[in-house]
Design a binder for this molecule. Structure first.
Ligand SMILES: Nc1ncnc2c1ncn2[C@@H]1O[C@H](COP(=O)(O)OP(=O)(O)O)[C@@H](O)[C@H]1O
Ligand SMILES: [Mg+2]
Length: 296
């Protein structure tokens, strides 16, 4: 009999617990406690949770930068605890952090993108072709010789994404990539993330505080005991539910709050009409029906 242990999940967290010695309290602190979920190839999963709940810790566990205290993380069916899997896992899962400044180390854009490729011993021809290709992809075409410190925050974040996609990862984890950007640059980054999923079939894990962003995903992991640290199949349903919007720990969508409040007052409204125009239309319909009823 052949024992089948491999699954189709590209990322698998099995009873993952992570503890760390806290120098302040001089005791061991449990940062993640028995986390279980699976992510399939090509999925877009968002992760939300309050500050300090362990989101960044989880992102580091998912590419083997740190190892679970107990339980296992499998990436493409490779256990992160096996030292021989280390390089393959790091190549498989790319990380984009919140602050692009902390990721950029080189003086020019081409040197920044070449850095990781040189470490993989790629040929100079391959590297220069790749630099062109990824810069075009992130809309920084022709920026090769530009100094990295002349870029705006949004351009720096796009450069970080270009450096990561140059390594051809199958999964990219974005750890709050828009939290330091203005509204316009936020949209550019989110559109780029959606493009990576659609065109390159890259599996996306987006850590965010922003419900507008989290709701765009195929699934959402809510890192909170009240939601059992669970991966939900339908982000719209859970992030617009009264349980979520009445929970003081999280921000919520204004449109979803208005619709839920109207429903609570007994009005017949569809609480999933969270797009601002749909929400306005839902309220207008309600007013029209009321007017119609009083005119009768
Ligand atoms: N190197 C470390 N040493 C001790 N505690 C840490 C370390 N890194 C993170 N922590 C603690 O782990 C918890 C989770 O941190 P983090 O994963 O950064 O949370 P989040 O990204 O959700 O804000 C926090 O309470 C933080 O203080
Ligand atoms: Mg964090």
């Amino acid at each position: 009999m052949v024992l089948k242990t491999a699954t189709s999940a590209i990322i698998r967290c099995q009873n993952v617990t992570y503890k760390k010695f806290d120098s302040l309290s001089k005791s061991e602190k449990t940062i993640l406690d028995n986390i279980n979920f699976e992510i399939n190839r090509g999925e877009f999963v968002s992760i939300i949770g309050e500050n300090g709940c362990g989101k960044s810790t989880l992102s580091k566990l998912l590419n083997g930068l740190i190892l679970p205290t107990s339980g296992n993380v499998f990436v493409n069916n490779l256990n992160t605890k096996e030292p021989k899997n280390n390089l393959e896992i790091k190549k498989f899962v790319g990380l984009v952090f919140q602050n692009p400044e902390s990721q950029i180390i080189e003086a020019t854009i081409e040197e920044e993108i070449a850095f990781g490729l040189e470490n993989l011993c790629c040929s100079p021809e391959f590297i220069s072709q790749k630099i062109k290709q990824v810069l075009e992809y992130v809309d920084l075409k022709g920026f090769e010789k530009i100094s990295t410190n002349t870029l705006s925050g949004g351009q720096k974040q796009r450069l970080c994404i270009a450096s990561v996609i140059a390594m051809e990862p199958k999964v990219i984890i974005f750890d709050e990539p828009t939290s330091m950007l203005d509204t316009k640059s936020k949209k550019v980054i989110i559109d780029l993330i959606l493009k990576l999923k659609k065109e390159l079939n890259i599996t996306i894990i987006l850590i965010t505080h922003n419900v507008d962003e989290a709701i765009l995903a195929d699934k959402v992991l809510i890192m909170d005991d009240k939601f059992h640290n669970k991966l939900f199949e339908n982000p719209k349903e859970v992030l617009c539910s009264p349980k979520f919007i009445n929970y003081e720990k999280f921000e919520y969508l204004t449109s979803s709050y208005i619709l839920n409040s109207l429903k609570k007052l007994g009005y017949e409204v569809d609480t999933t009409k969270i797009d601002i125009n749909d929400c306005a239309e839902e309220i207008l319909n309600l007013l029209r029906n009321q007017k119609h009823a009083t005119n009768k």
